[in-house]
Write a protein that binds this ligand. Structure first.
Ligand code: NAP
Ligand code: ZN
Length: 368
C-alpha cells in the first residue's frame, strides 16, 4: 500500500428478502429489456418469475448461456439485443449469465468481435445492466469484469471496463436455495478466493482490506454448516453477503495468480471455477506466507484454522480427494504456468512470481 488509493463502486446494491417485489416498477431501467439467463437456474430459483411479476416494460428472453460463456453466445445475445432494440439488460443467474450479459451489453451498441474487446476496448457505453445473482460466488453483480472462454487462446480471460459495473444489483438469498450442495461449495470457495486474493493482492487498499476482512468474517460464520451440508436460510444469507463483499473487494484489488492458474484447470480439465481456485489456494498461501505473514495469519485466524495444512485439508474435504487424481505431465505444468505467469493477475501477486514459482504452486497443489 503506497499511501494513495481510489474506491470506485457505482453499483447500487439492494440486499434482502423480496427486494425485487419491493422495487416494483422502479426495477426497469429503460423501455425494453433483454433478459439474459442460463438454461434452468432463473426459473428454478424463482428469480425470473419475480422479475416478470414487477416488470413494467417489454422484454425478450435469451436463455442459452452455458457455464463459462463462449464468444459465440455473447455474440448471439448482443445481436438479439440490437435487433430487438433493447435499451437495457436484466441478467439472472450465476457468474456465467451475469458476465455474458455484460458483454452482450457492449456488443449491442458496438460493432466488434468479442475477442477484439480485449485489445481495442469499445467506443460506445455498454447498455445498463440489472444483475440478480442466483449463486453466491463470483460477485459479478458488483464488479466491472466479465470472463469469457476464448477458443483461439485455449483459455478463459477476463475483460474489464467501468461501464461493466451493473447499474443495480438485487441480492435475495432465497434465489440461492435451489443450488445443490456441490455448486454451493464450489461457488462459496470462489467467494473465499476473491476475499483472500483481494486481501493479499499488490493492489489491496485500506478500503478493500475492510471489505475483505468483513467478507471473510461473514464467510466463516457459514463454514461449519457448509461442511455439514446444512444449508439453511442463515447460511445462504451469509454466503451471498460474503460473495458480494468479495466482489466489492476484487473490483478494487483485482484477483491474483490463483485465478490465472485456475483457468487451464477449467478449460482443459473441466473443473468448476471455484473448485479450480480451491485446489490451488493452499499452495498459494504457503507462498504468500513468505511475503505477507501477518495477513496470512489473519486469514487463518478469521477462518478458525490453526495452520496452512488445516486450510489445505479443508479444501481436500470440500473437493473429495482431488490430490493425486489430477495427473498432469511436466509439459502441461510448464505450459499452464508459463501462460499464467504472463497475466495481469500474476503481476498483482505479491513476491514477483516467476513461471518456475507458478509451476511449483501448481505441482504442490496436485501432488499427494
Ligand atoms: P455458473 O457457471 O453461472 O453456474 C453453474 C451452474 O449452477 C449452472 O449449471 C447453473 O445453471 C447452476 N445454477 C446457478 N444458480 C442456480 C440456482 N439458484 N439453482 C440451481 N442451479 C443453479 O457458476 P458461477 O460459479 O456462479 O459462475 C462462474 C463463472 O463466473 C465463470 O465463468 C467465472 O470465470 C466467472 N467469474 C466472474 C467473475 C467476475 O468478477 N465477473 C468473478 C469470478 C468468476 P444454468 O445452466 O441455468 O445457468
Ligand atoms: Zn472467481
Amino acid at each position: 500500500m503506497n499511501g494513495s488509493f481510489k474506491f470506485h463502486l457505482p453499483t447500487e446494491i439492494v440486499f434482502g428478502t423480496d427486494v425485487i417485489k419491493e422495487a416494483g416498477p422502479k426495477f426497469a431501467l429503460g423501455k425494453k429489456a433483454l433478459i439474459v439467463t442460463g438454461k434452468t437456474s432463473a426459473k428454478a430459483s424463482g428469480a425470473l418469475a419475480d422479475v416478470l411479476a414487477v416488470l413494467p416494460t417489454d422484454y425478450v428472453l435469451f436463455s442459452e448461456v452455458e457455464n463459462n460463456p463462449s464468444e459465440e453466445t455473447v455474440k448471439k445475445g448482443g445481436q438479439l439485443a440490437r435487433k430487438e432494440k433493447c435499451d437495457y439488460i436484466i441478467a439472472i443467474g450465476g457468474g456465467s449469465p451475469l458476465d455474458a450479459a455484460k458483454v452482450m451489453g457492449i456488443l449491442a451498441v458496438n460493432d466488434a468481435e468479442p475477442a477484439e474487446l480485449y485489445e481495442m476496448g469499445w467506443e460506445n457505453e455498454a447498455l445498463p445492466v440489472v444483475a440478480i445473482p442466483t449463486t453466491a460466488g463470483t460477485g459479478s453483480e458488483v464488479t466491472q469484469y466479465a470472463v469469457l472462454t476464448l477458443e483461439d487462446e485455449q483459455t478463459k480471460k477476463g475483460l474489464g471496463g467501468k461501464d461493466l459495473f451493473p447499474r443495480v444489483a438485487y441480492l435475495d438469498p432465497k434465489y440461492t436455495a435451489s443450488l445443490p450442495v456441490s455448486i454451493t461449495v464450489d461457488t462459496a470457495v470462489d467467494a473465499l478466493s476473491h476475499l483472500v486474493e483481494g486481501y493479499l493482492s499488490k493492489r489491496a487498499t485500506p478500503a478493500s482490506d475492510l471489505t475483505a476482512l468483513q467478507g471473510m468474517a461473514t464467510w466463516s460464520t457459514a463454514l461449519e454448516k457448509l461442511r455439514r451440508g446444512e444449508l439453511d436460510q442463515e447460511v445462504r444469507g451469509a454466503l451471498l453477503l460474503a460473495s458480494c463483499l468479495a466482489g466489492v473487494t476484487i473490483a478494487q484489488s483485482g484477483t491474483t495468480i490463483v485465478h490465472a492458474l485456475g483457468y487451464p484447470l477449467t478449460y482443459f480439465h473441466g473443473f468448476p471455477h471455484g473448485r479450480a481456485n480451491g485446489v490451488l489456494m493452499g499452495a498459494y498461501l504457503q507462498f504468500m506466507a513468505k511475503f505477507a505473514p501477518d495477513k496470512v495469519d489473519n486469514v487463518l485466524d478469521i477462518l478458525g484454522l490453526a495452520s496452512l495444512d488445516e486450510f489445505s485439508d479443508l479444501m481436500e474435504e470440500f473437493f473429495g480427494g482431488y490430490k493425486g487424481h489430477l495427473s498432469l505431465s511436466e509439459e502441461q505444468i510448464q505450459a499452464y504456468a508459463a501462460k499464467a505467469a504472463q497475466t495481469g493477475n500474476c503481476a498483482n501477486t505479491l513476491g514477483g512470481l516467476s513461471a518456475d514459482d507458478v509451476a511449483e504452486i501448481l505441482k504442490a497443489s496436485i501432488m499427494v
